[in-house]
Unconditional design. Structure first.
Length: 227
């Protein structure tokens, strides 16, 4: 398994984007200044107290069917949407990325400060996403020169892929990869962790991604839930 540990600063999370996320609609200058100063504190504590990491394993794909694919003798029943991204792939990169346990320790220490914890949660949610971008860049640098394409990442729990399939992802990775464990419900600890796959191959196609292919009806990002 290829393993990388990075610093919080390496993630290049934009302070300005966090502040924009926190403020929607009308707000006053003083509020922005206070939130900005508290966001700086969150960034400072994360820089000193967390150790994000990611790891991935490159495996050959043995077969692909309509709603599943097979690698290392394990059949992944990932559903049609994810399988559409895997069609044409020769390899798959199974990955895990995490903020590490430091995130939870900082939040526990600051549990009485609700606003700090809220901002920390917003920043913490960006960590796996930025780690995913680092993995994707690394895979592109490795495989594009050989004429391969790399899909966007897909994770159990999204796009019709059952979260229980995380057990299969972890079965093909070393024990507790990046320090991440699964509980009996196939959920990961530490929180702010993500697992999934990238499809790799000369014939990998670009398919719709993000909200356009997600079937989570109760997600806050679903425009119907704003009405």
């Amino acid at each position: 398994m290829i393993f990388r540990q990075v610093s919080f600063g390496d993630l290049k999370i934009q302070r300005s984007s966090i502040i924009r996320t926190l403020f929607e609609g009308e707000f006053y200058g003083g509020e922005v200044e206070y939130i900005a100063s508290l966001t700086d504190i969150v960034f400072s504590e994360f820089s000193a107290g967390i150790s994000p990491s990611y790891g991935y394993e490159i495996l050959d794909i043995q077969s692909i069917e309509d709603v599943s694919f097979k690698t290392e003798g394990v059949r992944f029943n990932c559903g049609k949407r994810v399988c559409n991204a895997v069609v044409g792939a020769e390899k798959v990169a199974l990955f895990v990325a995490t903020s590490g346990p430091g995130f939870e320790e900082i939040v526990r220490r600051r549990a009485d400060d609700i606003l700090f914890c809220y901002i920390a949660d917003c920043v913490g949610s960006e960590i796996p996403e930025m780690l995913n971008k680092m993995i994707e860049r690394e895979l592109l640098d490795t495989f594009e020169p050989q004429g391969n394409r790399v899909s966007k990442p897909y994770s159990p729990g999204y796009c019709g892929w059952s979260v229980k399939e995380q057990n299969k992802v972890f079965s093909l990775l070393p024990s507790n990869p990046c320090g991440v464990q699964l509980n009996s419900s196939a959920l990961m600890t530490p929180i702010k962790s993500i697992s999934g796959l990238y499809a790799i191959g000369r014939e990998v196609r670009e398919v719709d991604y993000g909200c356009s292919v997600c079937n989570m009806k109760n997600c806050i990002k679903n425009e119907h839930n704003y009405r």
